[in-house]
Write a protein that binds this ligand. Structure first.
Ligand code: ASP
Ligand code: MG
Length: 410
């Protein structure tokens, strides 16, 4: 008998009919002889609705009270699913994070799970009862309700699977797996049957929204086999695994798992700064102090003792970053700052890059053939990212998808 943790997302829980459908899927998994612990999200749109309500009173609501409020979305769906399971003749019991005791730190709105009590859940399983646990929430050591950050139910699912030593954590969502790229941009995108944790982590941090990043980190750290599947279409989904020998489309090809992209990019250049030690720290230090996350960084080779310094931030942070940089530029005697928001980032990801040379060259050649100018480049062991003009995003993704043979087998 296998122990499965099944997590159902907001779209899967979006209506009474859908919740009854989820109940039938849980019942079917049990009928196949598995023990099942379920984790659910709030009904789709509900968390947004609650946040909006709080912000209607104060645009910056108290963090503790916001968590108290937005944790209610999942309290509704756990009970609804338990009611639906009971109607089907499946014994079920709902639990909030506090009732399980999903203990977190005190960082409201982005709490981290520290400990989970498994006794009650295991006792239910052994008594033939399906525990239905609220995702996204926990409780701190003083009994305050906390939440884990948007998309946090994925993390609850993985953390529960780790604590229960489950055989698999199944993330049920509205897509039937992880794709080589977003099928809305490239209809020929292919579902991957397997992908490594490392690749999934890169894809998630580079803009693929299938799983919350933290849940992938957690699953990798605790070696929880993770599977992404559709609630609405039966199929094997995508297994996220430690096994490196899963790679791309064909064994003999350079092994690219997928192409990620992000439109949420903005570029900031401090022009004409003196080319001397300490300049990077002088420019980026204050940005870090302002809690603004920097992604790519490029410093040109200096000419005549002067250089340009460029970095990217998310679009929402550009204004703040520009304010900070303007002051720094003045104090350094720089020429000034320039900003751009008409950019996007396109990234190739694959563990196969470690053992295959020439992937970067092939990427650049492919983009050149489409006359797409590359503005910035950054690489890691298993990814290559480029910044290009945002109007070329679709073209860049599609041409790379084709060049690296990621298309669906005919
Ligand atoms: N309901 C929460 C959100 O919308 C958590 C989740 O769905 O994973 O972010
Ligand atoms: Mg989600």
């Amino acid at each position: 008998m296998a122990l499965l943790v099944q997590k159902y997302g907001g779209t899967s829980m979006g209506s009474v009919e859908r919740i009854e459908h989820v109940a039938s899927k849980v019942a079917a998994a049990r009928a196949r002889g598995n023990q099942v612990v379920v984790v659910v999200s709030a009904m789709s749109g509900e968390t947004d609705r609650l946040i909006k309500l709080a912000k209607a009173i104060n645009p910056r609501p108290l963090a503790r009270e916001l968590d108290q409020m937005i944790a209610t979305g999942e309290q509704v769906t756990i009970a609804m699913l338990a009611i639906a399971l009971d109607k089907m003749g499946v014994a079920a019991r709902s639990y909030t994070g506090a009732q399980v005791s999903i203990r977190t730190d005190k960082a409201y709105n982005k709490a981290r799970i520290q400990h989970i009590d498994t006794e009650r859940l295991m006792a239910d399983c052994n008594a033939g009862i399906v525990p239905v646990v609220a995702g996204f929430q926990g409780v701190d050591c003083d009994g305050n309700i906390t939440t884990l950050g948007r998309g946090g139910s994925d993390t609850t699912g993985v953390a529960l699977a780790a604590a229960l030593k489950a055989d698999e954590c199944q993330i049920y969502t509205d897509v039937d797996g992880v794709y080589t790229t977003d099928p809305r941009v490239e209809p020929k995108a292919r579902r991957l049957s397997k992908i490594t944790f490392e690749e999934m982590l890169e894809l998630a941090s580079l803009g693929s929204k299938v799983l919350q990043i933290r849940s992938v980190e957690f699953a990798g750290k605790y070696k929880v086999p993770l599977r992404v599947l559709s609630t609405f279409v039966d199929g094997p989904g995508t297994l996220i695994t430690l096994d490196e020998n899963v790679g791309g489309s064909k064994v003999e090809d350079p092994l690219i798992a997928g192409i990620a992209f992000s439109r949420d990019e903005a570029q900031l250049t401090v022009a004409g700064v003196p080319d001397r030690p300490g300049i990077a720290a002088a420019i980026l230090g204050p940005i870090g102090d302002a809690n603004i996350e920097i992604d790519m960084i490029v410093q040109n080779v200096g000419a005549d003792g002067m250089t340009d310094f460029t970095f990217t931030v998310s679009r929402g942070e550009l204004e703040r970053a520009a304010e900070v940089s303007k002051k720094v530029a003045e104090s350094l005697g720089a020429k000034g700052i320039r900003t751009a928001t008409d950019i996007c980032k396109v990234s190739l990801v694959g563990v196969g890059m470690r053992s295959h040379a020439g992937i970067a060259a092939k990427m650049f050649k492919t983009l050149a053939a489409e006359s797409i100018n590359i503005r910035m480049i950054s690489t890691s062991e298993i990814k290559i990212s480029v910044v290009v003009e945002d109007k070329y995003l679709e073209l860049a993704v599609r041409s790379l998808h084709k060049a690296f043979d990621l298309e669906q087998a005919a």
